[in-house]
Design a protein around this ligand. Sequence first.
Ligand code: GLY
Ligand code: MN
Ligand code: MN
Length: 464
Amino acid sequence: MFNKDIYIKRRETLKKEVGNGIILILGNLEASRNYPDNTFKYRQDSSFLYYFGQQRDGLVGVIDIDNDKEYLFGNDIDIDDLIWYGPVDNVAALAMQVGITRSGSIKQMASLIDSAQKSGRAIHYLPVYRAEQALQIAEWLGISVADAKAQHSVELIKAVVKMRSVKQPEEIAELEKAAHIGYLMHTTAISSCKPGVEEQHIAGLLEGIAMANGCDVSFETILTQHGEIMHNHSHLNTLESGRLMLVDAGGETHSNYCSDNTRTCPVGGKFSTRQKEIYDIVVKCHDHALAIAKPGIKWLDVHLEVCKILAGGLKDLGLMKGNIDDAVAAGAHALFMPHGLGHMMGMDVHDMEGLGQKYVGFDDEVQPSTQFGTNCLRLGRRLQKGFVVTDEPGCYFIPALIDQFRAKGLHTDFINYDKVEQYKDFGGIRLEDDIIITDSGCQIIGNERIPLTSEEVESFMINN
Ligand code: GLY
Ligand code: MN
Ligand code: MN
């Protein structure tokens, strides 16, 4: 938890941004796994953490803007709970720790909300992403679950997105800690990448590192010699010499700040000529984003410029053809990179995604694309100093997608299908780093660099 003044200031700003009414920010409840008492590892809601800092389950933060009052609500644990959980601060003490003098039970909160509702005041809450939250809102506001899901406050979403998008110095310090965890995870993965080793073994090592150095992985680990499957969470293969192992993984600090890196390395330690050719193009894409990302530029434009580098490189290899600008405008490159260049990152690895991508990544000026590939871009709007985004270009040869594009006769002016057929056993490459936008450009978060270039990766694999 940060110093309480940080939370006090954030809530002050939020009040000004929203203007009037009552703000309700729900902390998460425990979630059962396979029977009620066997729960998933607890994860607090990130917006609750941002404004109220506390990790305990079952809390609700309330900001009554009109009367300038703030509350933390939750039920104190009783003696039956205490024998299982040990001494736990009561809700009043938790409130004081984050600069709040008013607290009460969930029942008291429900009656406060009820009287606010009866006097016709606006009640602002964020979109719900867990079923229990929808049930809570429905019960407290006396509305249907469908209405509870639909009636979130756009004013509150916009205010929270505005604040959480620009990372504060203490958040950057946490992100640097997360970057160190990511460094340990990925260097371990690269040095473990040997023929005959099971994917699951390396995934387990990484997840252990994340837990030993922070609180958890920041998302389900992707570790596979089938990197062409974008979010492949299965780790059932034994690594085979000559293949590529793609690892997309990150750690989360005890304050829930994330890292999200991807590296792709040759099983056996040496890239084949064909692998190195594609790999070096992806490195060029990665570095181009670093070179042009700065305040004021649209992330959509950074994405498109990177796609042109990819298409140009593939044209040099005979996999694409024609005019590169036209190919990217038509979306032909998406056969090879059917995802966006990157997304916001912070306390959520896809930061604030639960608040709605159109509010987080887009605005009146830049709207989400409907074109295949670019429609997966989670961020398009102009960058600002303090934004943290991922730079994650990739190049994949997805047999089913190649077959489908070819059968439909898509982009025949730009894709050399006969050549592409020869790459169907290639797999996929993605390279990902987390960057912060500075005054005039950007920089990779953290001061340790996970081996990136093909030369760095090969040399690291020989020496570790
Ligand atoms: N791990 C998913 C991503 O990189 O966005
Ligand atoms: Mn990732
Ligand atoms: Mn990512």
